[in-house]
Write a protein that binds this ligand. Structure first.
Ligand code: ITT
Length: 207
């Protein structure tokens, strides 16, 4: 059936559409339905994902899926975290946002890989028009490289080298970044988003 994808981020939308398509859903973008972007007033990924999914589901009376995600840098106390989009400013300048992170790491003398640990977090919220909402979390750990490498993906991808890989997310195709054969619950996936999807599929099968 129809599933609203409650995001206004094109990069996320492409990834989510590729992940839900094979599960038999017909994804519709919230932006194509003319839905406004709710203000993200929550203080956690879970709270923000839930409020975005619920706003869309209740507005159009269809189930809706939202994603709240971000990059958490250990040496920066977990920043930018839930403020990852905001760090790129209203013009969504991620080259500048990555430079900002690098400058802060330099100020802390964080030069070796151990000092440059980071993780990507994605929380998916699936909401129904009756107000029921389910959230799941996916994470991928790695290190931050400088200069950024590759131009695939979106956001902070060119700076993020997942553990055990030789290429950044910016150097991987979408399929490689997912590391997941859609519909195969035996494979947990590579990216935070693919891992959250695997958890969502599992939660739906269990529930
Ligand atoms: P919506 O709320 O409309 O979904 P948004 O971009 O505002 O879009 P978030 O508040 O969840 O979404 O911000 C997440 C930010 O974290 C996003 O803008 C990216 O910069 C970054 N991010 C999340 N997932 C990422 C990924 O897979 N690769 C690179 N950067 C990512």
């Amino acid at each position: 059936g129809r599933l609203v994808i409650a995001t206004h981020n094109r990069g996320k939308l492409a990834e989510i559409a590729a992940l839900v398509g094979p599960l038999g859903f017909d994804p519709v973008a919230a932006s194509d339905l003319g839905l406004p972007e709710p203000e993200e007033t929550g203080d956690s990924f879970e709270a923000n994902a839930a409020l975005k999914a619920l706003a869309a589901a209740t507005a159009v009376s269809l189930p809706a899926l939202a994603d709240d995600s971000g990059l958490c840098v250990a040496a920066l106390g977990g920043q930018p975290g839930i403020h990852s989009a905001r760090w790129a400013g209203s013009d969504r300048d991620f080259a500048r946002a990555m430079r900002n992170i690098e400058e802060r790491l330099q100020q802390k003398g964080a030069t070796g890989p151990d000092a440059r640990r980071a993780c990507f977090v994605a929380v998916l919220a699936l909401a129904w028009p009756d107000g029921h909402v389910e959230t799941v979390r996916g994470e991928v750990h790695g290190t931050l490289v400088w200069p950024p490498r590759g131009s695939a993906g979106f956001g902070y991808d060119p700076m993020f080298l997942p553990d055990g890989e030789s290429r950044t997310f910016g150097e991987m195709s979408a399929a490689e970044k997912h590391g997941w054969s859609p519909g195969d619950p035996e494979r947990p996936g590579l990216s935070h988003r693919a891992r959250a999807f695997a958890a969502l599929v599992e939660a739906c099968l269990a529930g």
